[in-house]
Structures are given as structure tokens and as C-alpha cells.
Design a protein around this ligand. Sequence first.
Ligand SMILES: Cc1cc2nc3c(=O)[nH]c(=O)nc-3n(C[C@H](O)[C@H](O)[C@H](O)COP(=O)(O)O)c2cc1C
Length: 188
Amino acid sequence: MKVLILSFSANKVNEDSYIPNKKGLTFACVDECINELDKKNIQSKHICMNYKNIKKCMACGKRGWGICLEEHKCIIDDDFNEIYNIMKEYDGYIFITPVYFWEMSESAKTFFDRLKRCDAFNDNSKIKGKKFISIACAGGSGNGTENTLREFDTLNHFMNMDMIGRIPVTKFNFEEQKEKIRSCIHKF
Ligand SMILES: Cc1cc2nc3c(=O)[nH]c(=O)nc-3n(C[C@H](O)[C@H](O)[C@H](O)COP(=O)(O)O)c2cc1C
């Protein structure tokens, strides 16, 4: 079993001094996942997608589809195809995004837009059916975490994957939600 963690925040520092966690919440969740996967002897790799060059889908061809529909790759020359190929080598995934404006972050949207294009109608998909956990990291209010997790439900539907965990995390419930993260990882 090998698990790939894709995270979608570049924010390494938590500036709210009254919160014990000193990292950004997304990075803190990444750490929690890596620790738990290590404990279970599950091999893992983390990629922070904000450091990757992933442009928006151009809907480049006829009727709104490019070569993605038949060739299951993207025509844009950036880091997308590399990440898509790396995903195929893994047995499961953890997707961790901050909540921005009640939605997943821009880097997450941009990536998943293109992933759906390339893989949703791929009969030889190496991602279909694989397990994944989605984690939505919000601010104090937590408003928008459910909406963000619903976006992962949609991804799950179109990608025919197997979502084994959907975890809302806020600055204030992080300590409690660590237990939920751990229990979801046990389902891999
Ligand atoms: C542009 C922007 C929009 C945000 N929108 C929301 C929101 O809709 N709901 C919420 O609870 N927090 C919102 N927040 C707060 C972030 O979700 C929160 O700071 C979270 O910890 C971000 O993850 P990070 O710590 O990994 O950066 C927003 C923050 C930013 C920068």
C-alpha cells in the first residue's frame, strides 16, 4: 500500500498566536497524516501542489473537449501530466485543501478540473476505484467546510473513486479531528 498526499495551501505559518499549532492548518494536517501512515508502515509521498505549475483548463478542442477525452492526457505543457502519472502509481490518496470562500482552494480547483477531464471517461483508468480521504481546513467559523467536502463528493462521483473519509477541520477543532484523521487512515 502506497498513499499519495496532495495538499493545496502554500501557507506554512499560523499567525494566530493563541492557537497551539504553529503551522498552517493544511500543512499541520499533512504532518498528522504522514505520522499516522508511518506508524502503520504505509509508504507515503507528499506533494504541495501550490509549488507546482498547473494552469487552468483551456477547454481547448471541439465541443469543449481536448485530447483529454480520448488520449487521457492534457495538451498543456506544465506539471499536470507528471502529477497525473504519479497518481497512477499510488494505491490511495489524501487530498487536503484550505477552505476559501466556502470552496476548495484555487490550486485544488485548477488541478481537479483537469484531472476530471483526463480520467473521468478513461476506461483504463488507474485511479478509478481507489480509496481517498478528503480534508477541508477552515478558519475559526468553519463556514464552508461542508460545501468544500461536497465538492469532493462530486469529484468522487465523476471519478468513480472510493471516498473513505471526509473530514472538516477548523483552527479550533484540530486536536479532536486528529483522531478522525487517524481512524480514516486505518481504512486504507
Ligand atoms: C481567501 C480566503 C478565503 C477564506 N474563506 C474562508 C471561508 O469561507 N470559511 C472559513 O471558515 N475560513 C475561510 N478562510 C480561512 C482559512 O480557511 C483558514 O485560515 C485556514 O486555516 C486556511 O488554511 P491554512 O492554515 O492551511 O492556510 C479563508 C481564508 C482566505 C485566505
